[in-house]
Design a protein around this ligand. Sequence first.
Ligand SMILES: [Zn+2]
Length: 77
Amino acid sequence: MIITCPTFVARVTAMQEAALGPLQRAQCRVHLLYCRDCQRYLQQMEQITAAARVEQPPEEPDAAKLDALKKLLPPRS
Ligand SMILES: [Zn+2]
């Protein structure tokens, strides 16, 4: 089964989120084999994702951290 470029593009996000089934992943891989446009698109997406990861470190859950710390501390008398 051959998928089109719009289908591929729509699936790239899902693929990055590991939300695709094995068949859908295989279709995307096959599409990539012959479609230069989507190869380029995927490359750009990966660069953007990588750049975003570097610029934005994972958010620290401050409130949750504080709660955990409070639980570790002995109750005040
Ligand atoms: Zn394509």
